[in-house]
Design a protein around this ligand. Structure first.
Ligand code: SF4
Length: 379
């Protein structure tokens, strides 16, 4: 067996000739729709990253508006959830979480702030590392679990595999399908179609969007993350908009099936229940939060500890947070350039809002790529 990677195969989803053809097709389908703007939303920071990294936005037709929705898991972790992690750390519990979460502002403090004050905050790449850490100590270790169904499955699998008694989970996991309903139903929403995140659909399957399409009559196309994946999925999406045919189309069949990964789904729903809860800056999302089921209460940090957030009120809140537009940006009604703090008071080194913290946050991505994602007219 030849184990040498084939560079040609690696690049086949970045073929510039095919990319140009798809770009032309996209232009012609949007022109056939004959009105402006045609607005579609992707719900994934990795899509925005790929669009920015490969300069795709500058190839989009000027009458096509591709907006990023609430697809950054760090950005939508709600302020009170960050406060809970901060309060636990201040209570002397060792808190483990992903590196992106550290600088997400809470009401008055971030995890990075309290780490600077001496709290024990550990950055981990995943729950397994946090479990390993708990095995090496008798101290209480809490994994502050964030992210969508993709990372929630990992959390569920770790709990099912068995964790030490001094380990628990503070779940801020979110479930994507319900928030699409909220965005679609927002007053004045102009979203005509959704690009769904391929990695989440690997788990849930493309079939999870069928009810949404039926009830909202808005098409959903599942897309991968290479430039040609995104362009091909956009072409399909605007074709569905043009033809007025709301359907679910899977344009990532090399990874996604209609049923998804049944084993992963089973693990997910053995451990978590969907619950209503707030997504930062957006809204209360019915069934949008994933919380540990009653039978896992021994490992649920919310039940194991009395989380006393009152200690946080000794600190003054950050002055500029009230001006942050992350909520409007994540629901697709505003863009980073609408925020007066963008690139001035709010920069990646000194973020005011959560969208400037994570590498999957819209403001951070726009800032990283120069703040001019649409290069038309920029000299
Ligand atoms: Fe919030 Fe900063 Fe983005 Fe403005 S630039 S919306 S303050 S994250």
């Amino acid at each position: 067996m030849n184990a040498t990677p084939n560079p040609t195969a690696q690049l086949k989803f970045r073929d510039p000739v095919l990319g140009r053809e798809l770009g032309e097709k996209l232009n012609s389908v949007v022109a056939e729709i004959g009105r402006a703007p045609v607005s579609v939303m992707h719900v994934c920071g990795s899509h925005e990253q790929a669009i920015a990294r490969f300069g795709l936005r500058s190839t989009f037709p000027k009458d096509l508006d591709v907006v990023m929705g609430p697809g950054c898991p760090v950005c939508i972790t709600d302020v009170p959830e960050v406060d809970e992690g901060v309060a636990l750390a201040l209570q002397g519990v060792r808190v483990c979480t992903y590196g992106d979460m550290l600088r997400v502002p809470g009401t008055v403090k971030s995890l990075a702030d309290v780490r600077g004050d001496g709290a024990q905050i550990e950055v981990v790449y995943g729950i397994d590392q946090a479990v390993a850490l708990a095995r090496q100590t008798t101290e209480e270790v809490v994994f502050f679990a964030t992210g969508f169904e993709t990372t929630a499955v990992a959390t569920a699998a770790a709990l099912l595999a068995g964790v030490p008694k001094n380990f628990s989970v503070l779940s801020a996991h979110k479930y994507i399908p319900p928030v699409m309903e909220i965005v679609a139903e927002m007053p004045g929403s102009r979203i005509e179609g959704f690009l769904a995140a391929g990695h989440a659909a690997v788990i849930t399957g493309s079939g999870v969007f069928e009810e949404f399409v039926k009830s909202h009559r808005i098409p959903v196309v599942v897309a991968g993350f290479e430039p040609l994946d995104i362009l091909a999925a956009l072409v399909k999406l605007v074709e569905l908009v043009r033809d007025g045919t709301p359907e679910v189309v899977n344009m990532f069949p090399r990874c996604v099936s209609r049923e998804g990964n049944r084993v992963a789904q089973e693990q997910l729903w053995k451990v978590f229940s969907p619950m209503g809860g707030r997504w930062r800056g957006i809204a209360h999302v019915p069934n949008g939060n994933l919380r540990l089921k009653e039978e896992w209460s021994a490992f649920d940090a919310r039940r194991r500890f009395t989380i006393d957030v009152s200690r946080l009120w000794d600190y003054a809140p950050p002055k500029l947070l009230g001006q942050c537009l992350c909520g409007e940006i994540m629901s697709g009604s505003r863009g980073p350039k609408d925020c007066p703090l963008f690139g001035k008071e709010c920069v990646p080194e000194n973020p005011v809002g959560a969208c400037m913290v994570s590498t999957e946050g819209t403001c951070r991505i726009w800032h990283q790529y120069g703040g001019h994602l649409d290069l038309r007219g920029v000299s």
